[in-house]
Design a protein around this ligand. Structure first.
Ligand code: PLP
Length: 474
């Protein structure tokens, strides 16, 4: 509480002026309780009577209301607005800020207007069983967890759980000492850029690409080069030899959905060894596979220790958790842990302990299997709906993995795609194009169809609207 008297006029008027100012500036907000008269008189060295008179003045002005036996509260009446301060234009104060200002707006997963159905990529699968398992783990963790600073590299028990999980689910043998827990793939890339890339260094990315990764590398000052992908994934022959870092999504190319073939994986690993470059493997949804034999991560083939592997709990759990893990080449571990330490001194301990509890109670494996089953149901509903309502008008690409499917639109040009999205929007359906994520324009236009956030019957209704809109297009 900062109240200052201005030594002009009687004390009760000085205090009333100071309180009025504090209310108008928002220091005391509408509905909040003002300090007790006793407290104010002790703190400011005034008599109780002086304070009472000042409060009486506020009541007369309708800035304060007295509640019997409880005290004086700031009124709910809207306060007159003071002069609106025009935000002053400030030049970018650093090269980093200048690069931030140069970035185009993000389009992926942006919150648009609320619609009845939205085939938005990135919407999480809400699961009531997970909510109760997570709440219980969180409560136990909160009661038990040490309140000191967390280990900057991540809770050792959680790193062990993740190491076992990676061996079973992703074919990756990871020593817990090489695992670093971070707050999301996004932070992993930011820290990895810092320890591997000087401004101006070349970072190669797949084309099409993950927008948030591209923004992160560009903001860091990297020279980001897009490299073509085909049916087999990244065309390694076209990688610039100066690439210090190659960002890839080999299990499920984002957003095209392709899986990188074994021969390309081997070629990429050879490239990294020959050119002393590093590979950033973004394995964002590799566990969510609908095949009997999911494809192991690229890192599982990496005998030269050139792959920085990153897995995330955003898809397996939910994105607001902000937890992910890096399996770090041994030679980079110290640098990465230091960078993490300086960044935020470690991820929140209670969430990490709760995640470990989910693993040790077996709930995480159960949850993940249930998630895959439910996603399979929703994906089947999407395919069935497209077949029922839009057969021949849209070609769905089946990647047998993850939470999205690409629907290619044969013979579409951009104005026609815009008309389709507009008519769908008018009928309460959100559609999202794929072409913004291509550096080179794609050979055909298409939609990024995220299906995780809708129930099967909603997916059917959404595909019905899509089919009707496609049919009605001239
Ligand atoms: C390609 C890709 N990588 C990574 C992620 C996860 O990022 P994070 O762990 O920062 O939530 C996503 C989530 O949508 C993604 O689409």
């Amino acid at each position: 509480m900062h109240l200052q008297l201005d030594n002009h006029g009687p004390k009760h008027e000085q205090l009333a002026r100071s309180l009025r100012q504090a209310i108008r500036s928002g220091q005391f907000q509408s509905g909040s309780k003002l300090p007790s008269t006793r407290m104010l008189s002790e703190n400011l060295g005034l008599s109780r009577n002086t304070v009472l008179r000042a409060y009486e003045q506020l009541r007369i002005e309708r800035l304060g209301v007295m509640r019997e036996g409880s005290g004086t509260y700031v009124s709910d009446v809207p306060l007159p607005h003071g002069p609106v301060m025009q935000p002053r234009r400030v030049e970018a104060q650093s090269a980093y800020a200048a690069r931030l200002r140069d970035l185009p707006p993000l389009t992926l997963g942006g919150a648009g207007p609320a619609l009845r159905y939205d085939l938005q990529y990135g919407a999480p699968l809400v699961n009531t069983k997970l909510v109760s398992a997570w709440s219980s783990a969180l409560a136990t963790a909160a009661a038990r967890t040490n309140t000191g600073y967390p280990h900057p590299q991540g809770l050792p028990e959680l790193r062990e759980s993740i190491s076992r999980f990676l061996a079973t689910w992703r074919g990756v043998a990871a020593d817990p000492r090489d695992i670093v827990i971070v707050s999301g793939t996004q932070q992993a890339l930011s820290l990895v850029s810092r320890i591997l890339l000087d401004p101006g260094a070349t970072a190669a990315m797949e084309d099409p690409y993950y927008e948030l990764a591209s923004h992160c590398l560009r903001a860091h000052g990297a020279d980001v080069v897009g490299v073509r992908t085909d049916e087999d994934g990244l065309v390694v022959d076209e990688l610039p030899s100066c690439a210090r870092l190659v960002h890839v999504t080999p299990s499920h190319q984002f957003p095209s959905g392709r899986t990188m073939s074994l021969s390309r994986r081997q070629q990429l690993l050879r490239f990294a060894e020959e050119h002393s470059s590093w590979i950033f493997e973004d394995d964002y949804d590799g566990e969510l596979s609908y095949s009997a034999r999911p494809i192991p991560a690229l890192r599982s083939l990496d005998t030269g220790d050139r792959v920085v592997y990153v897995g995330s709990f955003s898809k397996m759990m939910f994105p607001s958790l902000r937890l992910a893990y890096v399996v770090c080449p041994a030679g980079l571990r110290k640098d990465l842990v230091r960078a993490k330490m300086l960044e935020d001194m470690g991820c929140p301990a209670i969430e990490q302990a709760a995640m470990h509890l989910l693993f040790s109670r077996g709930s995480f494996d159960r949850h993940l299997r249930a998630t895959v089953l439910e996603l399979r149901r929703r994906r089947s509903a999407l395919f069935a709906g497209l077949e029922r309502h839009a057969a021949g008008r849209i070609q769905a690409d089946d990647s047998r993995l993850g939470m999205h499917v690409i629907g290619w639109l044969p013979d579409f040009d951009t104005p026609r795609l815009d008309r389709l999205m507009e008519s769908a929007r008018q009928q309460g359906l959100g559609l999202h194009p794929i072409h913004p994520y291509y550096r080179e324009p794609p050979p055909r236009l298409g939609l990024l169809l995220g299906f995780a956030g809708l129930f099967p019957r909603q997916i059917d209704a959404a595909t019905k609207i899509l089919g009707d809109c496609l049919q009605a297009l001239p």
